[in-house]
Design a protein around this ligand. Structure first.
Ligand code: PRT
Ligand code: ZN
Length: 306
């Protein structure tokens, strides 16, 4: 028997974050939370993980369940695709109900688009082509909301998976589905013609926001998360150069965050250090060297706190 998940209570002194148990967002979500210094004691069924380094617990679930768990107060925060959150939001607004969850931060992984895709031989003229057509999708509310905004009437056919084969099976004329590389569409002789939503993983929280101890915990988590996201692809760059060359060198570093310049003892040269957010390729180092940088060094950045 697996240990039961503690029941939700209105005011808590711990935060409970729902993330995807497996699938595309599971590992990157854990990695991000780990980079914020969070550690957990794993339960055997890996459904609930008790936070050991901070009062922040994990609930491992299917991604589609996260908006509902947030709405019911079973979890306080969730890491989920914007597409899943937006589907819940569209459902609530189409039925005139208030929003229950909101996006707090975009997290930069799991990027994809929700696209309308039609058979390759379709001579697409624009959204008006969709009138009276059957659209297969796992995102019926988002599609309905978009169609209503365009003033188009079409049939929305809900499919929970394998949406891309619906036109070939005669279940629909076209589809609306998530696309990242586009390979699945191409393999099914479909082409994307219209983007409804640009998606990535997001940290979602409740509406209205917390008013108890959780508000402080969330602020602390966000500070760490912002630091972790800011340095994700960043490097600390250090070099020395003659004073007269520094301006030209800084022009080669548009992605440098507040560079620090230090006088090198007894010489007319300066030492520069800066966190750079763009890729620090060999070519960039060569260009800097050409422009007068000496003793170049690139170091990983482990942590930053604003
Ligand atoms: O078991 P559980 O319900 O938790 O997982 P799931 O199977 O529903 O979700 P999963 O892991 O497939 O996706 C989780 C989230 O990842 C989605 O909600 C999106 O926010 C994000 N994501 C990013 C994607 C894709 N890229 C993606 N390409 N989710 C799905 N796809 C599918 C798409 O549906 C299509 O079938 O991949 C195919 C298209 O990929 P390309 O590369 O061929 O274009
Ligand atoms: Zn799912």
């Amino acid at each position: 028997m697996s240990p039961p998940v503690p029941a939700p209570v209105a005011a808590r002194e711990r935060l409970r974050i729902a993330i995807q148990k497996s699938g595309r967002l599971g590992e990157p979500s854990r990695a991000l939370l780990k980079s914020c210094g969070l550690e957990w004691r794993e339960s055997r069924d890996r459904l609930f993980c008790y936070g050991e380094s901070a009062p922040i617990d994990l609930l491992l679930v299917r991604d589609d369940d996260i908006p509902g768990l947030l709405a019911d107060g079973v979890c306080d925060l969730g890491i989920v695709g914007r597409n899943v959150l937006a589907e819940q939001s569209a459902e609530l607004s189409l039925s005139g109900r208030p929003q229950v969850a909101q996006e707090i931060r975009a997290l930069g992984f799991g990027g994809c688009r929700l696209d309308i895709a039609v058979p390759e031989d379709w001579d697409w003229q624009g959204p008006g082509d969709l009138a009276g057509r059957r659209i297969a999708t796992s995102y019926p509310q988002l599609v309905r909301q978009w169609l209503a905004a365009q003033g188009i009437e079409a049939d929305v056919v809900f499919l929970s998976g394998s949406v891309e084969i619906a036109p070939r099976l005669g279940q629909a004329d076209l589809i609306c589905d998530l696309v990242s590389s586009g390979a699945t569409l191409a393999a099914n002789q479909l082409k994307p013609v219209q983007t409804l939503l640009h998606s990535e993983s997001v940290l979602a929280g409740p509406v209205p926001p917390f008013t108890d101890m959780r508000a402080g915990l969330l602020q602390q988590l966000l500070r760490r998360m912002d630091g972790a996201l800011r340095i994700k692809d960043s490097r600390l760059l250090m070099f020395q150069a003659d004073r007269g060359q520094v301006d030209a060198l800084l022009k080669l570093l548009p992605d440098a965050e507040r560079p620090t310049l230090l006088q090198v003892d007894g010489e007319d040269s300066l030492a520069l250090q800066a966190i750079c957010h763009g890729a620090m390729t060999w070519q960039r180092l060569e260009d800097l060297r050409q422009a007068g940088a000496r003793s170049l060094m690139v170091l990983p950045v482990e942590r930053t706190l604003a």
